[in-house]
Design a protein around this ligand. Structure first.
Ligand code: NAP
Length: 237
């Protein structure tokens, strides 16, 4: 491996150029992780990586569009040029598509586009990086989900395609936890967070939104797996 010190844990965060993903990357770097800043936008991804590096963090930019199989495959090939394993994968990239207003009005295309990023995107990144995660002593995957995907309590009609994609992402978490018993694989709801997606009225800062994700990436027990969490505690699916 060149550039990455052997004692450092290695993390990859998707959608790390802004919002919750960037804050997760910043906190992990502050904890001594070497962090791959995954982003589909080169200049925004490099900028985020440079900003964290200026404060002493070890980072590298990794171009990755989670909605594109080829981009994910290329990213995995690029990753192995500098690293022989991966300790933590944070599947953070996510979208709410304009017009996602009412279940009886959204078209197939809107639903497909949302699932392609929020659900299949996470699954395809996991698939591509499983061989590298399997080389870690304690592999961890955190899928950034949403309380909007919770089935307990019922839906309230808000952003149906987004909510369905997060319900399905939770299904991916549960399935993978069964398939990969040595891994810690969990879903997290970050709460309502002030980002481009969450808006200015949201109740939480990015620091608060990142907390449970970073905890699962670094301090949580390795045998905590197959769960849905908020504020470091299990919540119902
Ligand atoms: N904010 C909240 O209140 C809230 C609540 C619950 C869950 N979440 C979840 O938290 C995660 C982060 O959201 P956020 O609030 O930080 O939103 P955000 O500020 O809009 O950031 C979303 C990130 O995902 C990236 N992204 C979107 N599609 C991508 C793709 N195909 N490939 C790679 N990256 C892609 C974006 O990149 P670009 O800059 O290139 O678009 C951006 O970096 C999402 O999964 C979201 O569903 C957020």
């Amino acid at each position: 491996m060149s550039g990455i010190q052997a004692h450092m844990k290695i993390a990859l965060v998707t959608g790390a150029n802004k919002g919750i993903g960037r804050e997760v990357a910043r906190q992990l770097a502050a904890k001594g992780f070497h962090v791959f800043i995954g982003a589909r936008n080169r200049s925004a991804g490099r900028k985020a990586a440079d900003e964290i590096a200026k404060k002493g963090g070890k980072t590298a930019f990794l171009e990755i569009d989670v909605s594109d199989n080829n981009s994910v495959a290329v990213a995995a090939r690029e990753f192995v040029k500098t690293s022989d394993h991966l300790d933590v994968l944070v599947n953070n990239a996510g979208i709410i598509v304009d017009g996602d207003h009412a279940i009886l009005e959204i078209g197939d295309e809107l639903l497909r586009k949302t699932l392609e990023t929020n659900t299949l995107g996470a699954l395809r990144v996991i698939r591509a990086f499983v061989p590298l995660l399997a080389k870690s002593k304690a592999p961890r995957v955190i899928n950034v989900s949403s309380g909007g995907g919770q089935l307990t309590g019922g839906a309230d009609g808000w952003s149906p395609a987004y909510c369905i994609s997060k319900t399905a992402l939770n299904g991916v978490t549960s399935q993978l936890a069964a398939a990969l018993p040595k891994f810690a694989i969990n879903s997290v709801c970050p709460g309502w967070v002030r980002t481009d997606m969450g808006g200015r009225s949201a109740t939480r800062s990015v620091e608060e939104g990142a907390d449970t994700i970073v905890w699962l990436a670094s301090e949580a027990p390795q045998d905590l797996t197959g769960k849905f969490l908020r504020d470091r505690k299990e919540i119902p699916w």
